[in-house]
Design a protein around this ligand. Structure first.
Ligand code: SAH
Length: 261
């Protein structure tokens, strides 16, 4: 399970925090660190703070965007010190660990996403996540140092991995043994873009005033936990709607041409 988990840090500004996060990961047996457009270098301070987790720093993957970091993940969880505009599925760290164990057992990669020291994750970034995790804190002092948040989450992952089979069975108890792998973030994105374009084509969505429609639909599909086959069905349906729309348009134009003669 622990090998399936990516720790993703977005725009981290302090080298020491990157080092301390690497140490927290290694203590708990995690090894895959992804830095999204880091604003700090992996310098001596990072190496010192990592204690002896330098290997994690050296093997860290650097990406330009969060989308690239999570493209192959079937479960993406964003950590946040406070709640945001539209409500989103919210878990505590222990529930997140059970969900992660379940996803790992199905063969998925899981991303745990951590925000900037100054401002956390943006709403747009949080919307890319299936669910959010809030580490319980005192109401009046809810923001942990980012590497300490990494520590708490990695500890919960470790605990769950030790009872891996059991917690996965518990999480599965109400469900079925799934027949298709969960769709990756990139596949879900492709489906949502296709859906948006189709909604514009059929005149349901005005691209000039989209409001929160796509964020809400993203939330719905992410909450459902769509698999690869379901993505194919949805996309097949959108393609059929687009073909139908195109042929209606052609028929319409032909009629108008006919009228003008
Ligand atoms: N001032 C920022 C706090 C950023 S703390 C804000 O209000 O959003 C930096 C990062 O540490 C956060 O983006 C999150 O990834 C993590 N973090 C800090 N406290 C947390 C908490 N209580 N629960 C979950 N994640 C937390």
């Amino acid at each position: 399970m622990l090998d399936n988990i990516l720790i993703v840090m977005v725009n981290t500004t302090h080298s020491g925090n990157i080092g301390a996060a690497a140490r927290a990961m290694k203590n708990m047996g995690l090894s895959r660190l992804v830095l999204v457009d880091p604003k700090a270098e992996i310098n001596d301070e990072a190496i010192q703070r990592s204690s002896r987790a330098e290997d994690i720093l050296h093997n860290a993957v650097i990406t330009e965007t969060l989308e690239q970091a999570i493209a192959d993940c079937g479960l993406v969880v964003g950590t946040s010190a406070r709640s945001r505009n539209i409500p989103w599925p919210l878990m505590n760290p222990r529930q997140c660990a059970a969900k992660t164990a379940q996803a790992a057992q199905q063969g998925s990669q899981i991303a745990l996403v951590f925000g900037r020291e100054s401002s956390g994750l943006t709403n747009e970034e949080l919307h890319l996540c299936h669910a959010h995790v809030h580490i319980p804190t005192d109401e009046n002092f809810s923001s942990l140092n980012v590497s300490q948040a990494v520590q708490v989450m990695c500890y919960e992952m470790r605990l769950a991995s030790e009872v891996d089979k059991q917690s996965a069975d518990e999480a599965q108890a109400w469900g079925v043994d799934w027949d298709h792998e969960l769709a990756s973030h990139a596949e879900l994105n492709g489906m949502l873009q296709h859906m948006e374009q189709t909604m514009v084509d059929i005149g349901f969505l005005d691209p000039n005033t989209p409001k929160q429609t796509m964020a809400r639909l993203r939330r719905l599909y992410q909450r459902a936990g769509v698999d690869k086959m379901e993505i194919n069905i949805m996309r097949g349906m959108f393609s059929a709607m687009q073909r139908q729309q195109a042929s209606l348009k052609t028929a319409d134009n032909a009629e108008q041409d006919g009228d003008s003669h």
